[in-house]
Write a protein that binds this ligand. Sequence first.
Ligand code: ADP
Ligand code: MG
Length: 692
Amino acid sequence: MLDLRGVGPELARRLGALDIRTPRDLAATYPRDYKDWRRPAPIAEIVRGALARYGRPQEPESSEEITVARIVRVNEFRARIPIVSADVEDATGKLKATWFGRHRFAGRLHPGDRIFIYGRAQAKRTRGAVGVELNVLQHRSLAEDEEYEGAIVPVYRATKDLSSRTIATIVERNLGALETFVRDVLPPALLKKHRFGPLRQAWRELHRPTTPEGAAAARERVVYEEFFGIALAAALKRARRIAEGGALRLEAPPGLLDEFEREVGLRLTGAQRRVIEQLWNDMARPAAMNRLLQGDVGSGKTLVAAAAIVLAARNGVQSALMAPTEILAAQHAHKLAPLLLPFGIRVDALFGSLGARDRERTRARLASGECDLAIGTHALIVEGVEFANLGLAVIDEQHRFGVAQRAALRSKSRAPHTLHMTATPIPRTLAQTKYADLDLSVIDEMPPGRTPVETYVLRESRKSLAYDFVRKHVARGRQAFVVAPAIDESEAALTSAIAELDVLRRDVFPDLRVALVHGRMPWREKEAVMERFVRGEVDVLTATTVVEVGVDIPNASVMVILDAHRYGLAQLHQLRGRVGRGAARSYCLVISPDEQGDVERLQVLAETNDGFKIAEEDLRLRGEGEFAGTLQAGGSGGLLGSVVGDFALYMRAKADADALVGADPNLARPEHRALREILDEEATARAMLVSS
Ligand code: ADP
Ligand code: MG
């Protein structure tokens, strides 16, 4: 860093706080925005604009302005925050400029001086009259004969002790040196196709734009290149998997799908049929399947997984199904064992909490091949668990596992077919990047006979209405969930599940059977409570979000969610999927504190049951930064591009990358050499973007 002009140890330290540690980092740090300071506004125009906004609450109070003016008079106030103000004028009018907390400027501002000012203009009423004030954020003195030279000013991500202006200055002074880190790697064919100029030219334009249009075009050029790198890494990874082969070809005998449908005794939905065919096609190929199955809660993913398991068993290989919690794994075992019985599939469970003896017995059966399907938790991937011939790995609620855990399951065999499942719909935009090396399947159709969960958003002060509602349903023989975020009082501001249990038992439902289940309970206890709930021996189950995933209790028809402001919309949608699993009409009552203006966001839940829509909305509201790991590649500040905002551009880059890898899977051609080199350099960073 110290090689750069104008960067001393202190500045280097401050840049370090922004993760800018090398000149290369700085070269990859792009402006996030621009200010168009080409044309100073006449004062009369600024005043007119501010007055027009005055007293109209629907408009922003102030606007950013630049102007060139002459100082008429300087005043200084020694308030708690020192204020300097100056009357300034130009040929068109007059206004008051104020500097907050900048008393040291007082001595430097003189009547008669010409200055350039950037600030926020706002009309204010003082002593009965409405006047316009310009709150100065930046200014610069101009010499008497100095022409103001306007420019488009880049805005960099800044910190408290490192301003965007300082970064701009450093970049400006070192443009030549920084530029050497910018390298054209796109093959000529793509440059020609998109009529791209040299990358360096775009890079310069981004830091020192000539026009807003120029900056926009340069941004597109650079973002395309970022996206192309990601898409290329994913395409290569896929190509490698396909070229490696090594997977067993599991072929479906004719009529298997009809037989499957007959034996499970359910009519498959169109979506289930389509997805099963996709899976079976994948599994018939010598390249290992790597597919992500997305489907809302209750859409019937388990049945689809069962079809893949049946195909594996027909071909004489084993399957493993891994779920994130014991409750969920146990439920899968309960449901799948009878379903798969007609196919002669022998099912074993493997949990951490099994006794040593049982565990040993199961392990022996897996290793000998006596067991056809192992259902379990992380216990499946520990060392010492061996399979005779694992051909299919199914990972339920895949996002709850880390990359290493998913890889560990697959490493139990050479190139097993892998099915990742999730009930959390991933917006298309993210799925394309985060899971770029997976094939995607979606179940977008619910099994028949299910009525959507009716959802209502209530203020905390009306919580008793929700409990009255619960009571009414329990009286009709139904059951209810009450979900609270925290287990005990450790998070002071929140309702705790344990405290709420007390209140419910003592005051609200003294005559009902109320129980509690939470994440820190020993598994056996949890399981026992859940079983009582399933058997109908509990009316109201107070719970933390351990009930979030998978649990299937058709008689539960009301869910009350406390402190709903704490959750993302997608998570709330998942939670409410715990009810409405039977034929009865079901309800979700979402409760949010009186003060926090969260109701509008939560209202989305009341309006739609479409998990993908909800996920898109979540993404829009919370920003993609929330989706950790998606945007870690690229320069220190993450990517310049946004997979959401620039989705069309991403898809273009992806199509190009796929085509390129299709034609030259090893990047062996001379014009692809540069691509190969950057991929080697950045392999680790890029790899983070790909999930498995
Ligand atoms: P998911 O895992 O996607 O949340 P499940 O596979 O657990 O959903 O299915 C939810 C419920 O719907 C289960 O009780 C299952 O038996 C039932 N189901 C699944 N597919 C069908 C179908 N085609 N017709 C009727 N019921 C179905
Ligand atoms: Mg499921």
